[in-house]
Structures are given as C-alpha cells and as structure tokens.
Design a binder for this molecule. Structure first.
Ligand SMILES: NC(=O)c1ccc[n+]([C@@H]2O[C@H](COP(=O)([O-])OP(=O)(O)OC[C@H]3O[C@@H](n4cnc5c(N)ncnc54)[C@H](OP(=O)(O)O)[C@@H]3O)[C@@H](O)[C@H]2O)c1
Length: 291
C-alpha cells in the first residue's frame, strides 16, 4: 500500500520530478491552483489537509523568480513574494499544528550572503535579496513552530527534461546548440544539484523523522564558466562561451550572493547519494538517450 503524502509545488521544476520518481511509493495529494488550493488562503489549505490520511506535507510551492521577487520588494508584506513564500508557509505551518502533521519545507542556498568560502547547516543565513529574505522568513516560521519539521535547502536544481520550465543546464545546452553567444561567470561559485538526487534524499527525510536543517545539494562547487565547459564536453556541443564578471552579467538585476559553495556532508553521511556535477551530467546524458 502506498504512503499518503500532501504536497505543494508539485507542478514545478523540482516537484514534478520528485513526484515522478516517488509515486511508486507515495500517494501524493496535490495542493495547487489546479486542485483549487492557493496556499495564501488558509481555509483552502486546511480543508484539503483535514480530509487526508497523510502525516507529512512536503512544502515546495514558492515564488521562485529572483528578479520578479525583487520587484515585489516595494510592496512589502502585501506583495506576491511575501504572500506566497511567507504567508503561504504560515498557512501550511498552522494547518500542520492543528492536524499534527510533519512539514518538510524546501528552501534555498539564497538564504546566505555568499561572503564565506563554504556553508554548512550551522552557518547563519543573511539573505541579500527579497527572494532570499522571504524564503528565510519561511524557514523561521517552520523552525519556530512547535511541529515536527525538516528544512531542506536546495541549490541550482537541474534535470534531463521538463518542457514547462527550463533550468540552467538545459538553457546553456539550448543556447549552444543554436550557436547563440554565451556569457559565463568566472567570479561566482555555485553548487548544482541533480533533481533525481533530491527525490532520493526527500524519500529518506519523509521516512526518517529528523528534526533539522539539511543542505540537499550536489557534491561539487564550481564556477558557471567551469560548469559550461563540462556541459559542452559531456554533450559534445561546439558553441562559443565567453568569460564575464558578475558586475556586467547582473547589471540592473537583483543582487545575488556570489559564493554559494554549500556543503552536503550532513545528508550524505545519512546515506543520501548526491552526485557531483560531472556525474549528474553523465546521468542526464544516459536518460536523454533513452527518451
Ligand atoms: N529552481 C531553483 O533554482 C531553486 C533553487 C533553490 C531552491 N528552490 C526551491 O525549491 C522549491 C521548488 O522550486 P521550483 O523551481 O520547482 O519552483 P517552480 O518551478 O517555480 O514552481 C513553483 C511551484 O509553486 C506553486 N505555487 C506558486 N504559488 C502558489 C500558490 N499561491 N498556491 C499554490 N501553489 C503555488 C506553483 O504552482 P503553479 O504551477 O500552479 O503556478 C508551482 O508548482 C521552491 O521552494 C524554491 O524556493 C528552487
């Protein structure tokens, strides 16, 4: 018999793949616009959860567009980013409190300011843009509530295919395939994460009830310029890519943390398999060959 589970954000880049990989084991109840649930409406959230046999809510829904969130900043607590990422999370948490549900809250590396060489779960967040700020508020809402919870920080998720939304790997592949000019950062460090590995780690966190924060991220920190070279090599793409600095690349856009080398020792020691970027790309190549 499948395990019932409640989920938000199941139609997103991460959520659709997590569901695809785990639905052999879990029976997902989708809290989304499609099923008549706007998470900013407490009653809509509560009514669906109240009728479910699930013991866990996997909360992935968010406003994720970093520049779009920055535009919301001037609207403050009335803006969509705050409403979805903070008020929406409060509605999930308050529902969980009432119904005694465990919450697994999906967060982001963007809660950090990027001033340290690397980040563990012990490091203090200090978001530098509105998206990061609202996601950090979401984290604190979950951690501060008297409920069973895990906070799961992701970083630059990518997957083999998803027509509805692209990710940085497929964006680079598309541009290279079309021969479009590509600018690639040399003064930024990030931690790309294969979404299939996120699904495996979440499976473990749903089953084993750790009360903690986890960096569920890939096992390689690198610059986007290095990542672009690896993508080109893996997929045998000949497109040109040029070096660019953060200052030029992000001009006029939301400020981004520049050094996001997250450590994943905590989750890998528990047995989660988090691939390096080169390994993730090789798995992507295998999966694409099967499509
Ligand atoms: N993508 C990244 O680069 C990244 C990096 C680090 C962390 N994360 C975190 O990972 C999680 C998943 O990200 P993602 O990239 O998969 O997101 P995504 O593709 O942008 O999808 C967002 C999801 O949230 C849902 N949603 C938004 N507003 C909602 C509302 N008011 N009520 C109900 N559902 C709502 C969307 O539903 P509809 O499809 O119906 O609009 C969609 O399912 C997020 O919490 C994000 O902060 C993402």
């Amino acid at each position: 018999m499948k395990i019932p589970i409640l989920g938000t954000g199941l139609s997103g880049l991460v959520g659709t793949r997590v569901m695809e990989l785990l639905e052999y084991k879990y029976d997902f109840t989708d809290l989304s616009f499609k099923t008549g649930v706007d998470i900013t409406d407490y009653d809509q959230v509560f009514n669906v959860c109240d009728g479910s046999a699930a013991k866990t809510i996997l909360h992935m829904a968010a406003k994720t567009d970093v520049d779009g969130c920055e535009d919301d900043k001037m609207l403050g607590e009335d803006g969509p980013a705050y409403m979805v990422n903070v008020e929406g999370t409060k509605n999930i948490v308050n529902t969980a409190k009432k119904l005694n549900l465990r919450v697994i809250y999906i967060s982001t590396d963007f809660v950090f300011d990027g001033t340290k060489d690397f980040y563990t779960e012990e490091d203090e967040p200090n978001p530098v843009n509105w998206y990061g700020y609202t996601k950090r508020e979401g984290e604190m809402t979950v951690v501060g509530a008297d409920i069973s919870h895990a906070v799961v920080r992701l970083s630059y998720p990518y997957r083999s295919s998803f027509d509805e939304r692209t990710d940085f790997v497929r964006r680079i592949m598309e541009k290279m395939a079309k021969g479009e000019k590509l600018l690639s950062l040399t003064d930024h460090i990030f931690t790309p994460t294969f979404i299939d590995d996120i699904a495996g780690a979440l499976d473990m966190l749903i089953e084993r009830e750790f009360q903690s924060i986890f960096h569920v991220v890939g096992s390689q920190n690198l610059t986007p310029y290095e990542a672009t070279g690896m993508i080109a090599k893996t997929f045998n793409l000949k497109g040109k890519y040029e070096k660019v600095t953060r200052q030029a690349y992000f001009a006029g856009r939301a400020f981004r943390p520049c050094r996001l080398a997250l450590k994943n020792d905590k989750i890998t020691k528990l047995g989660a398999k988090m691939r390096r970027f080169d390994e993730g790309l090789m798995e992507m190549k295998k999966q694409l060959a099967l499509l």
